[in-house]
Structures are given as C-alpha cells and as structure tokens.
Design a protein around this ligand. Structure first.
Ligand SMILES: [Zn+2]
Length: 134
C-alpha cells in the first residue's frame, strides 16, 4: 500500500515521523500537549499523555509541532482544522477535520470535490454550501 504523507499547510513539514500524525494541541483551559492521530481517514483514535486528558465535546486548538502555525480552518476556526495530504500518486489534497473531541468528521477536499469520512460528517456540509460527491 502506498502511504499518504501529511504536511503542515504553512511550513510543509512532515507531520508523521513514524505511523501517527503528531499535532500540538491546546484545550479550552489553556493546557497544552501533544496528540497522536491515526492517519487513516475515518479513524479517530487519538493518543495523548495520561496527564493530558481530552473530554468529549471539548474544543481544541491545534498547531503544527514544527513551526507552531495555527492549523484552524479559516471558514470555521472553532470547529475545524486542516492539514495537507499527499497520496501515493503525488496528488495533493486538503484534509479538514473536527477539532471537537469525540466528533467524528473528516473532509478530503480535492479541487471542488469533497469526500466525507466519519459518522458526524454531515454537520458542516450546509455551512460550506457543498454537496457530497460519492
Ligand atoms: Zn508548520
């Protein structure tokens, strides 16, 4: 299987040193920590240190661990963040994902096409005024 690469949209640094996406996260109470995310689209297992507990419904801010750029999606910075994905065919897409803990939604944006992953994914579709392409 060809692997996908995930890059910071600002510095284009590699966000997967091994097999998880690494992001720097900040909770509503200001606590900061690293979060490891499964790079499989539609998988939502996230690993954090035991002292950096995430509760469902909590809004996070996420930052590039390399250049510290805020990864919030401009159109909806409270709920969504984005990274760049380069697939095995060297195609570049934007991956937009929920930064609300426990909300399962991910969008793969390729030109004007959107592919949707996750059980909570339709919550933002109207906001974008876009329909899904299957
Ligand atoms: Zn960066």
């Amino acid at each position: 299987m060809k692997e996908n690469h995930f890059l910071c949209p600002t510095c284009r640094g590699q966000l997967i040193p091994n097999n998880k996406i690494v992001l720097s996260a900040q909770k509503e109470n200001g606590e900061k920590g690293l979060i490891l995310i499964d790079p499989t689209l539609g998988e939502y297992s996230a690993i954090t240190h035991k002292n950096f507990n995430l509760s469902d419904g909590e809004h996070l801010k996420v930052f590039c661990p390399i250049c510290h750029a805020d990864l919030s999606e401009k159109s909806n910075p409270e709920d969504l963040a984005k990274v760049v994905m380069i697939n095995g065919e060297e195609e570049e897409t934007t991956i937009i994902f929920s930064i609300i803990v426990g909300k399962k939604c991910t969008y793969k944006v390729y030109g004007n096409r959107i592919e949707i992953f996750g059980s909570d994914a339709d919550m933002h579709i109207n906001f974008w005024g876009e329909e899904a392409n299957y």
